[in-house]
Design a protein around this ligand. Structure first.
Ligand code: NAP
Length: 325
């Protein structure tokens, strides 16, 4: 595993972290045993950065991450989120943020939360800015160490960057979603804001393992939010139509070297950008974690591959994303 500076914090985050939305049940059922195996595989492989949220399984993901890490030695960094379990979309206050933070602290079993991220809250709250002062108040009280935001569009990301002391931005960035490269990467690097990149595998599409016949369970967002019926369509398959995504995967397949799986290729694509602090693939099985972590050990993909993928994005993919990016 290689480690990168996490913004201004002095913490060195593993290039590959672990996303834990899967632990909440929005990806179909998953047992506590499987979750513990996933966490163990991650920790044993050198992962030290874990992304969760209070809303994932209404606290289940935080609780299981907290219970697991409580018994481990070593320096780990847990990023959680608030703003979706309670308050969404227009009922935020300092009191509410404090209550949510205290609940997360209890579930995670920590004295202070490493990083709290606003969880895709409406842009009007980001523009208004007072909510960031409430986060500063929580930081002054010692309840959190750092704050950041998880956002859906580049407009939202740039608004957040105006907050001088924001530590991190969580964005969607992968082969199918290359817009952050245009302006955000440079600006975030200038301000030493850590970039956490989610959906690195486009909800699994970029593993290359699905076909037109793949069926997801009814409790899996890839079934019930496939076209944005429950929340922002961009969070499921990056906002691409599933069948169209499969066609794209087949166009990309010839670029993948024989020594790599398509998942490793997709993760390596992201790691080739030094502006990225940590990539947070989710996993439903421990063996996926082990494969994902090994992506960090491959050589960069090279200029030609990046050029071909940039052209594919610009000429073909961008216009087919069904949400604002
Ligand atoms: N708004 C937000 O802030 C927000 C939104 C979305 C995600 N996130 C965070 O970002 C994390 C990552 O995003 P994501 O989980 O949505 O999508 P993702 O990482 O792009 O895809 C995860 C899925 O890919 C498949 N997979 C992973 N590794 C694999 C491997 N080596 N081989 C085969 N299949 C593999 C698994 O699918 P199967 O289950 O089909 O096996 C897994 O559930 C989340 O867990 C969460 O922490 C945050």
């Amino acid at each position: 595993m290689q480690y990168r500076e996490f913004g201004n914090t002095g913490f060195k985050a593993s290039e590959i972290g672990l996303g834990t939305w899967q632990f909440g049940g929005d990806w179909g059922e998953i047992s506590d045993e499987e979750i513990n195996a996933i966490l163990k595989a991650a920790l044993d492989s050198g992962v030290n950065f874990f992304d969760t949220a209070d809303v994932y399984g209404a606290g289940r993901s935080e609780t299981l991450v907290g219970n697991f890490l409580r018994n481990q030695s070593g320096n780990t960094f847990v990023a959680t989120k608030l703003g979706r379990l309670e308050g969404y979309p227009d009922n935020y206050s300092l009191e509410l943020l404090k209550k949510c933070t205290e609940n997360s602290l209890r579930r995670l079993g920590r004295e202070s939360i490493d990083l709290i991220q606003l969880h895709c809250i409406p842009v009007s709250w980001l523009k208004d800015g007072e909510i960031f002062d409430w986060l500063r108040a929580l930081r002054s009280e010692g309840k959190i160490r750092y704050f950041g935001a998880s956002v859906e569009t580049m407009e939202q990301a740039l608004i957040c960057l105006e907050q001088d002391d924001i530590t991190s931005l969580q964005i969607i960035f992968n082969i199918f979603r290359q817009k952050p490269l245009e302006i955000l990467f440079r600006k975030a690097a200038e301000k030493k804001v850590a970039l956490i990149t989610r959906l690195p595998l486009a909800s699994g599409l970029l593993t290359g393992k699905y076909t037109k016949d793949t069926v997801f369970s009814s409790s899996d967002h890839r079934s019930y939010n496939r076209n944005g019926q429950a929340f922002n369509a961009g969070e499921t398959f990056c906002g691409l139509d599933f069948d169209y995504g499969l066609d794209l995967v087949n166009q990309i397949r010839p670029l993948v070297p024989a020594s790599m799986s398509m998942s490793q290729f997709a993760l390596r694509f992201i790691l080739d950008y030094p502006e990225v602090s940590v990539v947070i693939p989710g996993a439903s099985k421990s063996k996926q974690v082990i494969s994902n972590v090994s992506a960090a050990g491959f050589e960069p993909l090279g200029r030609h591959v990046h050029l071909v993928l940039a052209q594919l994005y610009q000429n073909e993919i961008e216009k087919n994303i069904r949400v604002e990016v």
